[in-house]
Design a protein around this ligand. Sequence first.
Ligand SMILES: Nc1ncnc2c1ncn2[C@@H]1O[C@H](COP(=O)(O)OP(=O)(O)OP(=O)(O)O)[C@@H](O)[C@H]1O
Length: 593
Amino acid sequence: MHDRPLVASEKAPATGTWRRVVRLFMPHRLAICFVVLLVVAYSALNAAVPLLTQLVFDRALFGAGGPDLPLLALIAGLAAATACAVGVVDLGQTWVSARVAQQVVHALRVELFGRLQRMPLAFFAATRGGEIQSRLANDTAQIEHAVKDTLPGTLSGVIGFVAAAGAMVALSPRLAGAALVLAPIVVWVASRSGRALKNVSEVSQRSRAHLSSIVAERLCLGAVTLARVHGRSADEAGRFAAESRRLIRLGVRSGLVAQGVLSAGHVFFVLTPYLVFVAAGLSDGITPGTLVAFTVLQARLYQPLWQLLHVSTEFRSAQGAFERVFDYLDMEPAPELEPGPDPRPAPSPGPGALTVREATFRYAAEDRDRPALDGVSLTLAAGSTTLVVGPSGSGKTTLGHLLAGLHAPTEGSVRVDGAEIGRPSPGRVCIATQEPFLFQGSIADNLRYAAPDATADDLVRACRLAHVHERIMALSDGYDSLVGERGALLSGGERQRIALARALLADASVLVLDEATSALDPMTELEVVKAILAERAGRTTVMITHRFGVLDSFDTVVALDEGRVAEHGARLDLLGDRHGWYARTVRAQTGAA
Ligand SMILES: Nc1ncnc2c1ncn2[C@@H]1O[C@H](COP(=O)(O)OP(=O)(O)OP(=O)(O)O)[C@@H](O)[C@H]1O
């Protein structure tokens, strides 16, 4: 089934990355055109100021008739008005481009989160949580950082450079040639270093993701307990420190490469005025005003070039982050979870008849010879109660997931009330698992996740059935008590019973209990199961369990072995088959002769 990639490849092909980045900006092309206009205005206004300086020197101060104070005052007024206009234009440009940049990154983040939500469960089983978090948080943060500066930086860099160069050419083509002669060398150095920077940045991002994985995996309740039990806390700290040191080295290297580019630019900036002075010395007819205007313009030339160098180093660093995000966006989600109309629209919940036909399921294409389920066929009548039993690894959980639509069968079909089910179908099938997931929040919040409109009485009723109401009421805040990270403030049995109550609130036609009461003591488990079956009379309940010796309220038993149905029939009939796996295990569990 999973011929498609479940884990992102280490590296996405670089080709097309920039085209995809440009495509991200396409929905904002009008705003970008507006930014271009504002940047053109900003650069033109900025380039005009040095031309005023030329007027000051050649006309107002050292003109033929001596100093001309009214003209000087007029030029000063013009300069002040230009500076005000520059400020207003710059503010407008910053506002529009910041909005565009933030919207681009927001769209990328939301698309990434949505794509990850639709990935097959096997992807989450195979990928470290920290790695996923790192792409969503670190990589998008780096992209945000780069994109924020890129749009205005690139535009104002290019336009500012062209405007300053144009003004220089207008003043003196010869001096302009001297000022620009070193620019190609700087561009060449920047492009060479950019590649090195991109490589360092890629390795850094991977290292950062690894660091996040260590934090997510090793700094949770279970892992910290395990480290203490086995005296490995120091090793864990050492592992983290080693990866962190690697990140330090990479950070220093990346800083050095980036500074190298800027330093190369600096050499250009320092040398260029002298080249201009030499060119002025060798030329005739260069007025002092032209030379002063040129000196001011050179600063206007350096600033955009410096800006472009800075943006290019930022963007090279972000290229790796873009590729890592695109890499995730290119993974194929579970086809049944693709957005769009469901190809098999779910009819309204029926009585809950289950039909499994020749269902085979493989977790990975490599499991060709040993599928988790192999040609399973079953018919469970609406309203039936079924125990699914079998040795560990025989495929019970896999079958439960197929019934709940969490996996689509690789071959064959699973139908509920005649409709093929290949995706979760809330209201029709609900599953409660052995390791229940509780969100950070109150008990009531967790219960209402399954039924947002449930009343307080509904919650109490479900919790009474799951035998957890009294326990909740003993907590200081009752149903408003917080459960902690993944329910860590509760006992394992309490977590399971709250999850069970949540599953009951879903009120589905079919309820699959996958070891969902395994943390309860056997007597409580028996009472809870009986209460649930009584409550659900007339609806289908399937219970996967290893402790079935005393569970005598079920009418059907399915015993799996190595992914196949080994026994299937009425419970009492299978109990009568003294050599059958079910009957032998019941005897072993109850100590019956
Ligand atoms: N996410 C997974 N990826 C790959 N193989 C898996 C995955 N989950 C289960 N398997 C394999 O599929 C087979 C059936 O597993 P399953 O969990 O369905 O068995 P089970 O009968 O529920 O076992 P247990 O009683 O121990 O819970 C096993 O060989 C298991 O190793």
